[in-house]
Design a binder for this molecule. Sequence first.
Ligand code: HEC
Ligand code: HEC
Length: 531
Amino acid sequence: MNATATIAGSTPAPHAQPPVGRRRRRWWLPALLVLVIGALLAWSLFSRTEPVTYSDPLEHFKYGSIGSEPVSGLPYWMWRALPLMFADKLPAGAAGPDAYRAFGLLYEPGQDLPIGVSRRKVMGIERVWLNCAVCHVGTVRAAAGAEPQLLIGAPSNNLRLFDFIQFLRAAAVDNRWQPDYALAKIKEAGGDLGLIERLVYRFLVVGQVRTALLRLNDQLAFLDRQLALGHDWGPGRVDTFNPYKKIQFNYDMTRIPDPELTGAADYPSIWMQRPRQGMNLHWDGNNASVEERNLSASLGAGVTPTTIDMGSLARLRDWLWELSAPVFPPEHIDSAKAAVGAPLYARYCAACHGARAADGSGYDYDRTRHPRLGEVEPLAAIGTDPGRWRAYTQAFAGDQNLLYAGYPLPGQACEQQLCSARFSHFKKTDGYANQPLDGIWARSPYLHNGAVPTLRALLEPADARPVTFYRGSDVFDWSAVGYVSEAAAPGAFLFDTRLPGNTNTGHEGVDYGTALSADEKSALVEYLKTF
Ligand code: HEC
Ligand code: HEC
């Protein structure tokens, strides 16, 4: 106040010393300016998130970001170092920064991250996390020694998400989280960090990652209960909704009854989404909107309404709209035999599943010609395992429809329902959905819980289907149609249909083709190869 009064009261002569109070003010002004500019710079550096982008839609699907990294992601060098830090917690035989192979993640030549893992710079630190391709890409091999071929949009037959999560949980509760140890392992993994980055990792990142993994360990503690119930998901399956009961709604998982915890589901195929619009899909038919199935899938991969990359998701949606199913190798089809199977299919199966177009031009999804396609078959009628159906409860459907009710989604590429994060189509159904069988050869093992290894086995009554078989191989049985499952390949997973959630009952009786003669059944399988 005094200084102001002085200025107002006198006009100092040129070059005259200003009064003390006034000089101090002037000294602060540039300092403040520097601070403000510095803060702006830091803000622009740390608050910007920069995804790595791909112009090719397939590369985008495999490696592009959907926005899961900011909330769920691991800093790149922690991702690389974790398998070195906790090598003793990896499956037998796995080692090195790419040890994620042991969890069924697929590495292409020249790539440092597996298919289904994307990267994005968040607050100046490169982070990585999952995208759609981790669960929706399969591989197939003609014979044991052959090169695997990618099946884009097919269910993953390799991914062992259960083991991957258990690895992260075991790492979280380990006591080797000292920054020195982590930084040494980062170096061993090839991380040549600069001074600033080293400091950020030392004082921030290592501790934050551990805190996040401890939270994951707590949230997904119910996996230990599933293990005790004999319900390891194994390769190719995930418990679709139970994790979100905890992560999104903080249900008390200890109060969830056992039968609701044994409903792991096979990954489905996600090609040709356009004709699936309006069909009641997901295994139990709980949602008829393609948009919402995509959105819920991205939330499932760790995205939130504030981090979701709408532009990226819209690109994926457009691409999945028309993505075609892989074609069965024609040299393994006996056309004459397939022709015998065609009328059997038309008679028994087409009303529920749709059919191959009569003129051979792809799949016929028409729901006037195939009145039950995209409808739900009551559990009592279809008779397959009730676990997945039970896991999706009425209460959870209600909660899902309120999820993010107050959140509009970030504006970019905002179209149709994607403008709101709020779901409105989820419902509890009374059974499992009748879905199109396009590309069905590449979707083994069969039924929602993957309890039947081949198409040929699905045409047997339940008591004649394999009681146990191995999952996790990508070598193909071109005659029975399905991944080879009789012999234990290294690391194969023994699937036991006598365990809860794994039963192979249902989809049997005259209507489902299990009463046909052996010749008719093999003709029908031959015809299904052409889908
Ligand atoms: C963690 C593995 C996982 C990830 C990641 C994932 N999905 Fe899925 N997806 C599933 C499972 C499992 C189902 C079946 C759910 C059920 O009914 O139990 C499914 C179902 C779907 C369906 C419905 C298929 C049908 O016909 O019923 C679509 C569409 C889909 N996912 C698209 C996507 C997209 C797009 C992404 C990325 C934004 C994605 N998914 C990410 C596992 C995953
Ligand atoms: C009354 C309707 C209905 C009829 C008829 C029917 N199915 Fe199904 N089908 C279903 C339902 C519902 C499911 C899903 C059951 C589950 O996963 O629990 C299913 C599942 C399947 C699957 C497994 C799909 C997958 O991705 O794992 C195949 C293959 C299949 N059916 C083939 C056939 C064939 C071949 C016929 C004819 C011989 C046939 N179905 C007759 C309703 C039907």
